[in-house]
Design a protein around this ligand. Structure first.
Ligand SMILES: [Zn+2]
Length: 93
């Protein structure tokens, strides 16, 4: 280990967002459950521990969506392509 390089404590929200981004549909499920209530609380965080909306999970899910949008803009490396698969024809009938 290089002692000249300070260790970095990862941001817990960023770390959780990357985890959620890697689970297909997770960000959508979180945003669908953790919605705004008329009293300003989060509907998904429950009545036993009221939390103001947007809660931490909404922030994590929004960040995960951003991560996945950025991922979808990048070209897929050749090593991840399925041999013989057609490229660029999705959505055409
Ligand atoms: Zn919530």
């Amino acid at each position: 280990m290089n002692r000249d390089t300070p260790s970095v404590q990862p941001d817990p929200v960023e770390t959780a967002a990357w985890f959620v981004a890697g689970q297909p549909g997770s960000a959508d499920r979180l945003l669908g459950a953790h919605t705004w209530r008329a009293n300003g609380d989060c509907a998904g965080c429950g009545v036993h521990r009221p939390t103001r909306w947007p809660c931490a999970l909404v922030s994590i899910a929004r960040r995960a969506e951003h991560i996945n949008r950025e991922r979808s803009r990048r070209p897929v490396p050749d090593t991840h392509r399925v041999p013989g698969a057609l490229v660029g024809t999705a959505g055409t009938a």
